[in-house]
Design a protein around this ligand. Structure first.
Ligand SMILES: NC(=O)c1ccc[n+]([C@@H]2O[C@H](COP(=O)([O-])OP(=O)(O)OC[C@H]3O[C@@H](n4cnc5c(N)ncnc54)[C@H](O)[C@@H]3O)[C@@H](O)[C@H]2O)c1
Length: 252
């Protein structure tokens, strides 16, 4: 087992990649604090983990709310005594809205979940990691955080910011036994499409213009294995990096 007795907080664990990461981490021996805005989904996930003989605690968390972020880390420490791994995975799409159509409301909502939530969780976890001189942070970014047009303006900016956060934290705390890396998935078969309604025609056309080069969509489990690598000692010398998992899409 690669994560025996490690305490891992995973955001957005109720579906998609977060769920796959939670299941794999639990299988590898981690004590999983499964957090999501959707109560039913984290409850059924933790039931599944416990039934399979693993350890998990559900926490309803909206990562856009500072008090919720504080609570999820506090509950991890109260329940399992510490925190070892933080996986910032929760994220939402932006209807492919291009700059000219962008409202302040949409910009702020996307940044609040994708970027500010990630920053706040890291800020709350760091004192715990600094005290014990160890800790791992994994941010689920996107190829949209590396390239210009895989989504709308707000999502693209939010994920570029996540990658900036990743490198800043990875380097600044490298001497303190803390590692911070990001995953940049390409297209993955999840529920994220349900966070979109009435996408921008112009924005979607521009964003999708490169999709014919995408060899295939991935499965959440194919991202979970990358998160396991980054969460375990197998990646002890990997820090401040972005691992792209996109089936070769961006290699073109
Ligand atoms: N699916 C893709 O093609 C793709 C590609 C690249 C990156 N990503 C990123 O991967 C991450 C996971 O996405 P997914 O595709 O598995 O999506 P998903 O929609 O299947 O799952 C996301 C989970 O996050 C939860 N969530 C949404 N808003 C939340 C909030 N405010 N607080 C807490 N939880 C919240 C949802 O309830 C859901 O359970 C996201 O950050 C996304 O941007 C997705």
């Amino acid at each position: 087992m690669k994560l025996k007795n490690k305490v891992a907080v995973i955001t957005g664990a109720g579906a998609g990649m977060g769920r796959a990461i939670a299941l794999l981490y639990a299988k590898e021996g981690a004590k999983v604090v499964a957090t999501d805005i959707n109560e039913e989904s984290v409850q059924s996930l933790t039931d599944e983990i416990i039934e399979a003989g693993g350890e998990a605690t559900p926490v309803v968390t909206n990562v856009a709310k500072e008090e919720d972020v504080q609570k999820m880390i506090d509950i991890a420490v109260e329940t399992y005594g510490t925190l070892d791994i933080l996986v910032n995975n929760a994220g939402i799409m932006d209807n492919f809205v291009p700059a000219v159509e962008l409202t302040d409301e949409l910009w702020e909502r996307i940044l609040a979940v994708n970027t500010t939530g990630t920053m706040r969780a890291i800020r709350k976890a760091l004192p715990i990691f600094l005290e014990k001189k160890s800790g791992v942070i994994i941010n689920n970014a996107s190829v949209g955080g590396l390239y210009g047009s895989r989504a709308g303006t707000a999502y693209t900016a939010s994920k570029h910011a996540v990658i900036g956060l990743t490198k800043n934290i990875g380097f600044q705390y490298a001497m303190e036994g803390i590692r911070c890396n990001a995953i940049a998935p390409g297209g993955v078969n999840t529920n994220i499409g349900t966070t979109m309604n009435n996408p921008s025609k112009f924005g979607m056309e521009r964003a999708m213009s490169g999709s014919q080069n995408n060899p295939r969509s991935g499965e959440p489990e194919e991202i979970a294995t990358v998160a396991l690598f980054l969460g375990s000692e197998d990646s002890s010398f990997v820090n401040g990096q972005v691992i792209t998992a996109d089936g070769g899409w961006t290699a073109y």
